[in-house]
Design a protein around this ligand. Structure first.
Ligand SMILES: Cc1ncc(COP(=O)(O)O)c(C=O)c1O
Length: 383
């Protein structure tokens, strides 16, 4: 069958390769995907049902319902140091769709995106689908298991065909949170070079300090060439809803409206009504969810650190333990073996770029006791 070369050459997901082996087996503890086990809070589901019953079943605005855009802008203004206007918000059918729209808007064939990695593989795939080159720049592992960004390496990786620098913080898979000083340095560099900055902040609320993670929205001016990606998936337990948004400079709004028209023609209207309620009433849920993740994180990290061959730091954000196991050189094979022998589903580190080889990713957004059981089962393989 003839398809475009860029599509034929797309690598299959290494996470899906593992999950396909264990899906449907009730004995498996599935910690391979980036989602928790809590269903969407009932009040959000009830709002969707009420919107359906009220007849909100028609096409709507390409950029999203004005009321949803306004409440998102208020929400962001409340969280970050600089205000965000509703005219900068475009509602999308998921964070993934937002990433794809960004790639469609910016990537010509042979352009590149410089992407800070290890990284969730879908952004690289979006660039490749458009015929561009995803150019991964590695965070530096620090002794004890943490990560650090060397901005000079990002600078060195950019050339005349670079259209954007992509940063995901808090990071999937590493949990790394970009410090404010590095946000400033990247913004400064992007301004000087006329590059776009794409900040994927879908885990911005899943942090274990007292404040939201530092955001590009704390520092950027509305006119900066900055697009911030966000999603309802993680903070409000709405992965299956496929609802997200992006914040962009006002000039880009008509461009994105045009692209939304030809991709989805707008996000489902009744879901957007529920999105309004999620933001308006969701803070207590987010607080409970993050507290549960924190408890599971501590159980996971304490147990992993007790294993002699494991190196891992306590992540500051997101809900993953990204741990290195001495002696493992093929994380995909190891993840398959771990699934077969212990019935624990992990994602192989190599799914997140070559610098992730030797690591495994475990999603701990679950009942802490289950996470503890999973690591107890894994222990004979990693101690
Ligand atoms: C870093 C990152 N960005 C974006 C997304 C997309 O989320 P969604 O498409 O569910 O909104 C994910 C999902 O796992 C993610 O991990």
């Amino acid at each position: 069958m003839r398809v475009r070369d860029a599509i034929r050459d797309l690598p299959a997901s290494r996470i899906a390769e593992i999950s396909a082996l264990g899906m449907g087996d009730p004995a498996v503890i599935p910690l391979w995907y980036g989602e928790g086990d809590l269903p969407t809070p009932e009040f959000i589901g009830a709002a969707a049902t009420a919107a359906l019953e009220a007849g909100h079943t028609f096409y709507t605005y390409k950029a999203g319902l004005p009321e949803l855009r306004s409440i998102i802008a208020e929400y962001l203004t409340g969280l970050y140091a600089r205000p965000t206007a509703a005219g900068r918000i475009v509602v999308t059918s998921s964070g993934m769709t937002a990433l794809m729209l960004v790639a469609q808007a910016l990537v010509d064939p042979d352009d590149n995106f410089v992407i800070i990695a290890p990284v969730w593989p879908n952004i690289a795939a979006a660039v490749s689908i458009l015929g561009g080159e995803p150019r991964l720049v590695a965070l530096d592992p620090v002794p004890g298991g943490g990560w650090r960004l060397d901005v000079e390496r990002v600078v060195a990786a950019c050339d005349a065909r670079t259209r954007a620098v992509f940063v995901n913080s808090p990071s999937n898979p590493t949990g790394w949170v970009i410090p404010a000083a590095e946000i400033e340095a990247l913004l400064d560099f992007a301004r000087r070079r006329g590059l776009w900055l794409i900040a994927d902040e879908v885990y911005g609320r899943i942090v274990y300090g007292n404040r939201p993670a530092p955001s590009f929205l704390d520092q950027a001016a509305p006119e900066d060439r900055l697009i911030v990606i966000n999603s309802f998936s993680k903070s409000w337990a709405m992965t299956g809803w496929r609802l997200g948004w992006m914040t962009l400079p006002p000039d880009l709004l008509p461009v994105m409206e045009k692209l939304v028209e030809f991709n989805t023609s707008g996000s489902p209207t009744f879901l957007q009504h529920a999105g309004i309620v999620a933001i308006r009433e969701g803070e207590p849920f987010i607080a409970r969810f993050v507290a549960r993740c924190r408890a599971a994180r501590d159980v996971a990290i304490d147990r992993l650190q007790a294993c002699r061959r494991v190196e891992v730091a306590r992540p500051e954000g997101a809900f993953y333990a990204f741990f290195r196991v001495a002696g493992i050189t093929d994380s995909l094979t190891f993840a398959k073996e771990a699934l077969a022998r212990t019935k624990v589903g992990l994602a192989p580190g190599s799914a997140f770029g070559p610098m992730g080889e030797g690591y495994l990713r475990l999603c701990f957004a679950r009942d802490p006791q289950l996470v503890a059981e999973a690591i107890d089962r894994l222990r004979p393989l990693i101690d």
